[in-house]
Design a protein around this ligand. Sequence first.
Ligand code: SF4
Ligand code: SF4
Length: 645
Amino acid sequence: MPSLYQQIQAGKLWDFHGGVHPPTRKAQTAQKPIAVLPLPDRLYIPLRQHIGVAGNVLVSIGQRVLKGQALTSADNSMAVPVHAPTSGTIVTVGDHTSAHPSALPENTITLAPDGLDEWREQYPLNLATSDNSSLLERIQLSGIAGMGGAGFPAHLKAGLTQPVDYLIINAVECEPYISADDALIQEGAITIVKGIDILCKLLSPKAVLIGIEDDKPAASAALKAACSQREHYYVRDLPTKYPSGGEKQLIQLLTNKEVPAGRRPIDIGIVMLNVGTAFAIAQAVLDDHPLLSRVVTVTGETLSQPQNVLALIGTPVSDLLNFCGYQHKQPYKVIMGGPMMGFTLPDLTVPITKTTNCILAPSKHELPPAAEEQDCIRCSACADVCPASLLPQQLLWYSKAKDPVKLDEYNLFDCIECGACAYVCPSEIPLVQYYRVAKAEIREQQRESVKAEQAKARFEARNARLEREKQQRMARNQRLAQAREQAQQTGSNSNAVAEALARIKAKQTEQNSVPADREQVLAERAAKKQQARAYQAEKAASEPHAESEPAPVAQDEARQEQPAADEPASAKSAAVAAAIARAKARKAAQLQAEQQDKVVEAEQTKQPEATEPASEQATTDPRKAAIAAAIARAKAKKQADSEKP
Ligand code: SF4
Ligand code: SF4
């Protein structure tokens, strides 16, 4: 039995499940030459036109740029730059309606062309002398993303390091109306094959398989002629069936291989690129011509001149429509993409991007509005045509129920949104719309889940760090304690003990060495006490009745004597006590003298006859004078009492 490769070489083709045969309606554009659109007044260049991240903006408002100049950087592998499609001035950098079903605004550079179409300097590469890294760098810096609709960065596919059996070039273009690739192949087959040569240098495949539908005989012939000198380049004419251009479907058609769910073609040794991408790679490498424009099919019954147009990236859809004779009398919907997978535009200022292959402006007769949706009748027509062998009615049911588990179980993400199921549905159910919404919700849930997981991981990492630090502290303290204990045991700590003892001794010495002042104060206090006692004795001798009442000074001395004898009061407190005692003694003596003066004065007032002797006594002894005065007062009182009636 021949091997797979032998079967492929022999021209064998296979088939995939399902598919539909809608009217192709390509004839009105496919046979016309590609027209070149005049420079528009404004170009709206979205920063991100691919799967990945946008590069940083390299230009500023008011800056003049040259044709081919990079407007954004390619500072990581998932960034693909955008370029100035012509020379002109940067007008704004900000939001503009996106070329997306959501029509959400996205960051966009607006360029005002100056009409000069002035190029920057160009540096073509020599394929024979260029290494793979410089080729890949050129592909990335030229801003090339998959032009078949997915927009995957081309340098990532071309730079795969896994072994590649087959490089498949997708020239199928199976969706009705669209003939952009057909026209490009007819006019640029040689350049396309040069692009395939570059990809072969990078990927070293066993064979190149170029798939094209059999309704494009002119393009097929052009490709075969261009490949005639290449060994292992095989152009295969495929039966016209939608969606033969799907990645998995085309792989199955050409190799009979199936890409497992959730896996990539490279996992089975296959890399696939679009024919337009190969053309762009050749221009980038061999001419240093970045991706500045692309062929767009502008078609529909509302146009007087439907045709394929080479349009600059960023051209507003309205410019293309006007160029092709758009009839405004009965404005109807305008679709970006084909009738099966495209979406209705919110307004006509939306720009052409790197992945835009068709602008369809149909009449109501040509593409009637969708009829009202009916209930599913479970006819299974959708399952019969599904090229991914899914169960679209089950997916519809679980999409409405918002059941992500069941949707995953029924492989929602294997759906390529080809629209074949909706095309055959008798209930006019817009099945693909339901799937798109369900996918978006699940992706959002997954993003939230990832965020929650990351937050949880951060929290756990913090707790682990704190616990680790705590354990380290405890271990350190334990080590220090052990070291101290060991030092005490070995006597190495004796110095510290000796020092402590020395400090205690010094303190005691200081206390013992009482200053001479203190002894002096004590001596003074003793002398004063002696004086007080002498005075008290003298007083007692003169006043025998007063023995029971010690003088204030003596009382103070007695109060102070006990603590002075019991404890060594400080020198300062002793001096203060002595001063207080002296002050009290002075005050008592003064008070006593004043009392005696008052008594003498009273006696002199009441008994003039006794004044002289009393004065003499007072001058000699005040105490005796006071006694005499008291006696005199008693006598006077007695006499007064006896004279009373
Ligand atoms: S084709 Fe439409 S009506 Fe029939 S089973 Fe599918 S979803 Fe239901
Ligand atoms: S849109 Fe999805 S479910 Fe419907 S036929 Fe295509 S792949 Fe199948």
